[in-house]
Design a protein around this ligand. Structure first.
Ligand SMILES: [Fe+2]
Ligand SMILES: [Fe+2]
Length: 378
């Protein structure tokens, strides 16, 4: 198998390795802006983080129990159906950044910067695993996933550059704080973020297919192929978890519930911070959240023995409470003085309580199918 392209790529979409893709982005970095990079540097509970883990433990995984499915999935990723896809072409309509309503522009840029950071967070983690590992199966998978995420992040940065900003990815790699997660937490968190990413992208894509008048930016046209990459990445993590039944049984089921609740509620709170963006898309954020949770739950049944009861009356109420507490928290943090400090503490306590309340909703148990692999069907 030849992983090198015959001629060096000039766009990250054509890069066949993560190193090549990142080099192209680095050459462009002299045009990148401090403001966008500063937003990407933020580390709060709600902003995308960078992760590090015990790479030796990950490297020790033996994929023999899932060999047949594994080889099929890797073969599909090696065939690289999306090579060259993530760049502007004749379908890229002119974007009127100047004429965009300022509130929408601010929220949309925030959406792009945080998506770019999230894509790049995956890229950095996967690339590091590939660099540190010796296990051929593991390093090959992580090289392929890092390749995809570098393209995704690069493409979002292209869109940002048109608006006069971009995230300096090299700077981020060196300076952003890394959060340590043990490998099993990386599996739960990353599996879920890949699958919820798929559900988010495909839900917006299908909605805009039916309502093209709401497609206010061309990047949404690229979401279908995009979400298929995320789908494959999620499949890979499902297979990794399948190699060790302990990861999805016993006490770990509580951890799975914790991660499901954290990932779903973070998405809910974050999306509700962007009302103008969702109005422009013609999407009700409550409908969107429910739709994405429904799809993600259906997918995660492939490997997780529980799903969250998102139809429970306390679920939606709890999300609203959590979101209100977070909005109050942001407002109090922007002010100074003892009153603001007290309001900050109060809002933090309310947010914590709302989250614990969501965690106590009984989960729905089910039998995990013998066959793990799924195909994108939405
Ligand atoms: Fe991605
Ligand atoms: Fe991904």
């Amino acid at each position: 198998m030849n992983m090198q392209s015959p001629t060096p790529a000039t766009h990250s979409a054509d890069a066949t390795t993560v190193e090549e893709g990142l080099k192209i982005q680095e050459d462009l970095a002299r045009f990148d802006s401090e403001a966008a990079t500063a937003v990407a540097m933020q580390n709060t509970l709600l902003t995308p983080r960078f992760y590090t883990t015990d790479f030796d433990e990950l490297d020790a995984i033996d994929v023999s129990p899932v060999r047949e499915d594994w080889d099929k999935l890797i073969g599909q990723m090696v065939s690289d159906p999306n090579r060259g896809h993530f760049k502007k072409n004749e379908n890229w309509d002119t974007v009127d950044w100047e004429g965009m309503e300022p509130g929408l522009k601010k929220e949309f840029m925030d959406f792009l910067i945080s998506s770019c950071t999230a894509e790049f967070s995956g890229c950095v983690l996967y690339k590091e695993m590939k660099r540190r590992g010796n296990n051929k199966d593991i390093t090959q998978l992580f090289q392929l996933m890092a390749r995809d995420e570098a393209r995704h992040a690069g493409f979002i940065n292209d869109a940002l550059r048109e608006a006069g900003v971009a995230v300096n990815l090299g700077f981020l790699t060196q300076k952003k704080k890394y959060t340590y997660f043990r490998p099993k937490f990386i599996y739960y968190a990353t599996y879920l973020s890949e699958k919820i990413g798929y559900a988010r992208y495909i839900t917006i894509f299908r909605h805009l297919e039916a309502h093209p008048e709401h497609r206010f930016h061309p990047i949404f046209k690229w979401f279908e192929e995009w979400c298929n990459d995320e789908f494959s990445h999620g499949e890979a993590f499902a297979l990794l978890m399948k190699t060790d039944p302990k990861l999805t049984s016993g006490i770990n089921v509580y951890w799975i519930k914790f991660f499901l609740t954290a990932v779903y509620s973070t998405m809910y709170v974050r999306d509700h911070q962007r009302p103008r963006f969702h109005a422009a898309l013609g999407v009700d954020p409550d409908w969107y959240a429910h739709e994405v949770f429904t799809k993600t739950s259906a997918l995660s049944k492939q490997i997780f023995p529980i799903t969250l009861d998102i139809e429970h009356p306390r679920w939606q109420r709890g999300l609203v409470r959590l979101q209100k507490a977070n909005a109050d928290l942001a407002e109090a943090r922007a002010q100074s003085g003892i009153g603001a400090r007290l309001r900050t503490l109060g809002a933090q306590a309310r947010a914590g309580l709302a989250f614990v309340n969501l965690l106590t909703i009984p989960a729905v148990s089910h039998k995990v199918p013998a066959q793990t692999r799924m195909e994108p069907a939405y």
